[in-house]
Design a protein around this ligand. Structure first.
Ligand code: FES
Ligand code: FES
Length: 152
């Protein structure tokens, strides 16, 4: 089955069984910023935005993307200009490992899009589905706070 959707502003066909994982279809299409951690919906490494909603692409069937608008980490920056969230992650030392960071940035995008002035509890809640096993979450929370300050 060919599923046509808009990914990062471009209409692209994704090929596969309707029940295949969207994660695999995106990676096969070259969007390797979408990572696989647990493969079970627990870690958030595979998170993307589907019609603006944060979803775990490892649990999402390819058919769900038909006609949808998707954003992966490749579509967050404007060309070579980083999004404010990405800049804040860099400057706060929150970009820790390449497996988890894309999903965390997208979770932050989803949060700040809906709620530009989140409380610390709301930031914590928004990132609860993104696991980090390296150094912890302090710098990540700081980066999201900083991005919220910078975004209009
Ligand atoms: S790989 Fe999808 S939630 Fe972990
Ligand atoms: S950011 Fe990947 S394990 Fe911490």
């Amino acid at each position: 089955m060919i599923v046509t959707c808009t990914v990062n502003g471009q209409r692209i066909p994704l090929d596969g069984h309707p029940m295949a994982r969207l994660l695999d279809a995106l990676r096969a299409a070259g969007l390797t910023g979408v990572k696989e951690g647990c493969g079970e919906g627990e870690c958030g490494a595979c998170a993307i935005l589907v019609n603006g909603d944060l979803v775990n692409s490892c649990l999402t069937p390819l058919a769900h993307a038909a006609g949808a608008t998707l954003t992966t980490i490749e579509g967050v920056a404007a060309g070579r200009v980083l999004h404010a969230i990405q800049s804040a992650f860099l400057e706060c030392g929150a970009a820790q490992c390449g497996i988890c960071t894309p999903g965390m940035v997208l979770a932050a995008c989803s949060l700040l899009e809906r709620n530009p002035e989140p409380t610390d509890d709301q930031i914590r809640g928004a990132l609860a589905g993104n696991l980090c096993r390296c150094t912890g979450y302090i710098r990540i929370f700081e980066a999201v706070r900083e991005a919220a300050r910078r975004l209009p």
